[in-house]
Ligand binder design. Structure first.
Ligand code: GDP
Length: 335
């Protein structure tokens, strides 16, 4: 749990100092909150998000909702868990009294298409964020049968299954990054390894035209999902934003997902906000959550951009993609 080490140990220490019996008061909680705030900022959580979390924890501990028969220590941890859950788009009302997974559900679902009317998913992102890899991962994830779900998550409760999109999908991957020839090749190799078809028109075609023709092909040939890998950006670039917009206008995607790198911490959150105001997003895919990142991205993305993290990348292999579960992430942060 490298990602949240400092935050986790700060929380443990704070909880211990509050003691097993003592009631939480304004003065007993003040140093604790200061310590947690510092740990949040050290984990590269956005400052407004950190302040909102702290304010929420304070309210929960000093308000009327204090749980009877629970120690100050437990009360504090539970309030932190609930605040993190709300911030990441989970539902704290269904969390168990001591925190932890009771009603595990992903933060958001993915649009589901059908034969003749495929769901179109547009992937955008900065170069190196893991966009092309994510395209392959998502294709594999959607292609797998429903029964394979237990391999991805920890539990396989009915509530999870009904909230997830129906899978066993017929996916068409689309190579619309014409500026980097290697990107098309990379997608083709990925696609072959997972047994998914790729639509490509080489590097001379117009990305808008590629997307348009791909969706037509998908309609004609019985695909129910189209995943469009767009050009990677070096920075938030006007021309490429315009191109994204033109693709959107033409194929009217059901999802526009930004692929962002968790290693960039709170930058991932501000980038999501920037892309959202430029082209409108339905959510984000947070990659490299397996790496040595400080966790700030996972906590900050939704609070800063208002957009949910829909999936997380947890490794370099095509199977390393999971739906984002706010409760599991909150439990992980609390250690
Ligand atoms: P793109 O430029 O956004 O299309 O990025 P790529 O898909 O080519 O990925 C860039 C690098 O990040 C590659 O070396 C990938 O293997 C790596 N990568 C992508 N996703 C993950 C992830 O979730 N975890 C780890 N550890 N590496 C990843």
């Amino acid at each position: 749990n490298m990602m949240f080490d400092q935050l986790t140990s700060a929380l443990t220490e704070v909880a211990k100092n509050l003691g097993p019996k003592q009631r939480i008061t304004e003065s007993s909680i003040k140093p604790a909150l200061r310590q947690v705030r510092r740990a949040l900022l050290d984990a590269d959580v956005n400052i407004d998000v950190a302040d909102a979390l702290i304010e929420g924890v304070k309210k929960r501990n000093l308000g009327d909702e204090v749980i009877k028969g629970v120690s100050a220590e437990q009360q504090f941890i539970k309030s932190m868990y609930d605040e993190l859950l709300d911030m990441m788009g989970g539902d704290s009302k269904s969390s168990s009294p001591m925190g932890g997974v009771e009603n595990s559900a992903p933060a958001a679902t993915l649009a589901v298409g059908e034969v003749g009317n495929p769901a179109v998913i547009l992937l955008a992102g900065l170069q190196g964020a893991g966009k092309t890899t994510a395209a392959g991962k998502l294709a594999l994830y959607l292609k797998e049968r429903e029964a394979d779900y237990s391999a991805v998550g920890e539990t396989d409760e009915p509530v999870v299954a009904t909230k997830l999109p129906k899978r066993n999908r017929k996916v068409l991957l689309v190579a619309a990054d014409v500026y980097r020839p290697a990107a098309i090749k990379q997608l083709e190799i990925l696609a072959e390894s997972i047994g998914v078809e790729v639509f490509s028109m080489g590097t001379d075609a117009d990305p808008v035209d590629i997307a348009k023709q791909a969706v037509q092909k998908a309609k004609d040939e019985g695909f129910d999902t189209v995943i469009v890998d767009t050009a990677g950006r070096q920075v938030v670039d006007k021309d490429l934003m315009m191109e994204l917009k033109n693709i959107q206008t033409t194929v009217k995607p059901d999802e526009t997902l930004l692929v962002v790198d968790a290693m960039t911490g709170q930058e991932a959150a501000s980038l999501t906000a920037a892309f959202d105001s430029a082209v409108g997003l339905t959510g984000a895919i947070l990659t490299k959550l397996d790496g040595d990142s400080r966790g700030g991205a996972a906590v900050s993305v939704r609070g800063v951009s208002g957009k949910p993290i829909k999936f997380v990348g947890v490794g370099e292999k095509t199977a390393d993609l999971e739906p984002f579960f706010p409760d599991r992430m909150a439990s992980r942060i609390l250690g």
